[in-house]
Write a protein that binds this ligand. Structure first.
Ligand SMILES: [Zn+2]
Length: 173
């Protein structure tokens, strides 16, 4: 019995280790097009930064051990929103070059909170709004975040393409 329990525990541990190894190295899933924008989504202009930096900007004292992995959007009208890490926002967590530069997030605010579920990440280049995605030139595959191309194993590179005219580009009210 004891041996069986040990085997079960070892098996569970091993599968956890294997899962995390697989997850860490898993190539990205390509996305031909970004998913549709929800009706509730708003357009928010500002900059992405860590929560620690957002608090510093507001001169709010805080402990030094705030994780670097907690990101916020500081909007141009002085609000701070926390960004929920998920498929829509993951690029902001993996590609720190998107921080501290003007961005526009199309996002749903979770009711009763200042939490953002991001649906589009846009940058401003020479005053023009650009849609951010990641591209493998060799395979012509589009991804929503940086990482390894599922087809050739190369790193997908950031693209910033002009926003389609049909997309929601209205400035925040
Ligand atoms: Zn590729």
């Amino acid at each position: 019995m004891r041996r069986r329990i040990t085997a079960l525990v070892a098996g569970a541990f091993l599968s956890t280790v294997l899962t995390s190894v697989v997850l860490a190295e898993a190539p990205l899933q390509p996305q031909n097009e970004a998913p549709a924008i929800s009706k509730e989504a708003q357009v928010l202009n500002g900059t992405v930064l860590t929560l620690a930096k957002a608090l510093q900007q507001k001169e709010i004292a805080h402990d030094k051990d705030l994780p670097e992995s907690t990101l916020a959007l500081a909007t141009s009208d002085g609000q701070i929103f926390l960004i929920v890490k998920d498929e829509g926002s993951r690029a902001l967590f993996k590609d720190r070059e998107l921080h501290a530069r003007p961005v526009q997030l199309v996002a749903v605010t979770i009711p009763g909170s200042q939490l953002l579920k991001v649906e589009r990440i846009r940058t401003l280049v020479d005053g023009e709004l650009r849609e951010v995605d990641y591209w493998c030139e060799k395979c012509a595959l589009r991804y929503s975040e940086p990482g390894i191309c599922i087809c050739c194993g190369a790193q997908a590179e950031r693209r910033e393409l002009p926003v389609k005219k049909t997309e929601n580009t209205k400035p925040a009210p």
